[in-house]
Ligand binder design. Structure first.
Ligand SMILES: Cc1cc2nc3c(=O)[nH]c(=O)nc-3n(C[C@H](O)[C@H](O)[C@H](O)COP(=O)(O)O)c2cc1C
Length: 369
């Protein structure tokens, strides 16, 4: 598939997840394969223009972190335009506009999902950005503000007119937050509204089968995965293979999970420095540990780590504790396999709603993304 002039290696996208989809995570996921495109966490356009260190850190990238879009939020046309130009100067491949964020501090200033309520104003702002840069400009939205205002199809038509290169749509409304399940007919209506540009579907995709189901039900050109990548950074590789060949490859084993956990941790340290990196990793490590089988003591220990030595000691202790229950590949012997919490969560489409709703939304101000 293509976005503007760019040919992608797959039609799978990593959704922006503020606080998680930083350079260390993007590099970790990309290394595992299957990912066609990634986007930064949302960045305040004004902060970026002011070269605020936190904004520049969110925009940080590397030669392997390609293709990359910077996601901007804001509502002042001149700021959004100038920030888009700055993104182009920073060398990224695309700029994405956040039109889906329901968080009060973003909506209050007319950004995020508030942009879905004022089509003419939004169109003028976006035109200013598109006209100012050579790189493609994309938009990420929800289905609308609430069930009575499903404006996404109208917005898509307007955005296509002003030159947007692709649309990402999370199949829920702003009012819905993360409740209920993703509305595939709603995404289908957005797909139907676009005349030429690709629409990428998003929401609740946690398995290769769910990705295929979304494509089949909506006709979307690609699938963007957010929370599913917390649980399963390998999801892009397995999904890409499944969509291409119909073959579902096995999930990674324990040794591979530990290897990638450690790589992800080391990237945090390299990027943020040891003390900050270890502290920030406290909320990432437990996602890996959820898939280890019995790991209660390790999961409890992760949120206290302060250094590499601490992390390695916690891991070594856990591996030593686990060894008697494992075969020589490090896999749990069948009699020690836990009740399939993860297996049921990962169960394929169809009866998957209950399991999918089990993907927690991390606590904090982004609870209602
Ligand atoms: C913790 C968290 C942070 C998020 N941050 C962003 C963000 O910065 N920009 C954005 O457009 N969407 C953000 N989202 C929404 C996701 O990109 C995505 O649309 C949503 O989670 C649905 O996809 P999923 O079910 O695959 O997670 C965030 C979601 C979560 C849970």
């Amino acid at each position: 598939m293509r976005i503007g002039p760019l040919e992608l290696s797959s039609n799978l996208f990593l959704s922006p997840l503020a606080g998680y989809t930083n350079l260390p995570m993007r590099e970790t996921v990309r290394e595992l394969g299957g990912l066609g495109w990634a986007t930064t966490d949302l960045i305040n356009a004004r902060s970026l223009l002011e070269r605020h260190p936190a904004a520049l850190q969110l925009a940080a990238t590397s030669p392997v972190d390609r293709p990359l879009a910077i996601q901007l939020f804001g509502s002042v046309p001149e700021e959004m335009r100038d920030a888009a130009v700055l993104c182009q100067e920073l060398g990224v491949q695309s700029v994405d506009i956040n039109m889906g964020c329901p968080v009060r501090k973003v909506v209050k200033i007319g950004g995020g999902s508030a942009m879905m309520t004022e089509l003419a104003r939004t169109a003028a702002l976006v035109r200013g950005m598109v006209d100012a840069v050579k790189i493609p400009v994309t938009a990420k939205m929800r289905l609308g503000w609430d069930d009575d205002n499903l404006t996404a199809p109208d917005l898509v038509r307007v955005l296509e007119e002003v030159g947007v290169a692709a649309i990402f749509v999370h199949g829920r409304t702003r009012a819905q937050g993360f409740s209920g399940t993703v509305n595939l007919p709603g995404i289908r209506r957005v797909v139907a509204a676009a005349r030429r540009i690709p629409v990428i579907g998003n929401g609740d995709v946690t398995t290769p089968e769910a990705a295929r189901h979304m494509i089949a039900e909506t006709g979307c050109a690609g699938v963007s995965i957010g929370r599913g990548a917390f649980y399963d950074p390998w999801i892009f590789r397995r999904t890409e293979q499944y969509l291409r060949t119909g073959v579902l490859t096995p999930e990674p084993g324990f040794t591979e999970r530990v290897r990638v956990l450690r790589n992800h941790f080391e990237r945090y340290l390299a990027f943020y420095g040891e003390a900050t990196g270890a502290r920030l990793f406290r909320r990432v490590g437990p996602w890996y540990a959820k898939r280890f089988g019995p790991a209660k003591s390790f999961r409890r220990r992760l949120p206290t780590i302060t250094s590499r030595a601490d992390f390695e000691a916690a891991l070594a202790e856990y591996l030593a504790w686990r060894a008697p229950f494992c075969d020589d590949q490090g896999e749990l012997l069948p009699k020690f396999q836990p009740a399939p919490l993860v297996a049921s969560f990962m169960r394929a489409e169809g009866d998957g709603d209950a399991e999918r709703s089990a993907i927690p939304v991390p606590k904090g101000p982004v609870e209602r993304w």
